[in-house]
Design a protein around this ligand. Sequence first.
Ligand code: SF4
Length: 289
Amino acid sequence: MKVIRAKSAGFCWGVERAIQVAREESDGGKRTVFTDGPLIHNSQMMDALGQEDIREVGDYKSSKDLQLEESSEKSSVVVVRAHGISPQRRNYLKSLGLPFRDGTCPDVGIIAGKVKSHAEKGFFVVIFGDPEHPEVIGLLGYAKGRAYVISSVQDLNQLPDLGEKVAMVSQSTMFTNEFNRLSLLLKEKYPHLIVFDTICGATKERQSDLIDLVQNGAEAIVVIGGKHSANTRKLAKLAASHNRPTFHIETANDLSPEDFEKFSSVGVTAGASTPEFIIRSVCDKLENY
Ligand code: SF4
């Protein structure tokens, strides 16, 4: 079977950078690295990082107190993952008294800066995103109570009168077309609305490269990535919305040959937290079908 791989499948620069930060701190396992929640949403990669004593502590939302098991033989460090955290969480992590390294993606840092500066100038900030996602939870912390999260038209309709000073940002991994649609509706409600399209370049690239796969003749689409990865789930949703049979898998072990019997070509893409070794093994297996 012909396998067409998306140009931008796999790690985005923000994830690569966070992994590099953690690896630098670990120095080949000489130091224990505690990450506040999973460094990336990919269990196979987390297992590989565990070999270098990079350990996930805390929880998905970065809300619980950390239980740190420090070794008496080697030093430890706390690393913040690419999603970023709220200023309150930052203070808490720093209060633990361990060295601290920030792996927040600079693209998320830009969104946080916009939320903070506009809240300080008296704006209400509407964040388009998933209220349960750690990135959004972190962003809310910068708004000092002056932010609302919306993920649908229904949420938008329920927003109260926010006056004239209203700004809108997006979680970095949302769909561009949904963001544009909601921003137009929000503008009708708040005519002075200031809109910041903060969907990151890597997300936009992955979404448009997936559409290229469809246009280049892929009869079905395989999306590789963790079931909890927001951007992977979005890629699977986007592929399905283009009327292509879509298979969201975590590894090559999830593939079944009979699912692909009727296709002569398949497109492959992967979320921003999917490592290259998994993408390669999936492509190899599909090529042999
Ligand atoms: S998806 Fe975008 S914002 Fe998130 S880590 Fe990657 S580059 Fe940064």
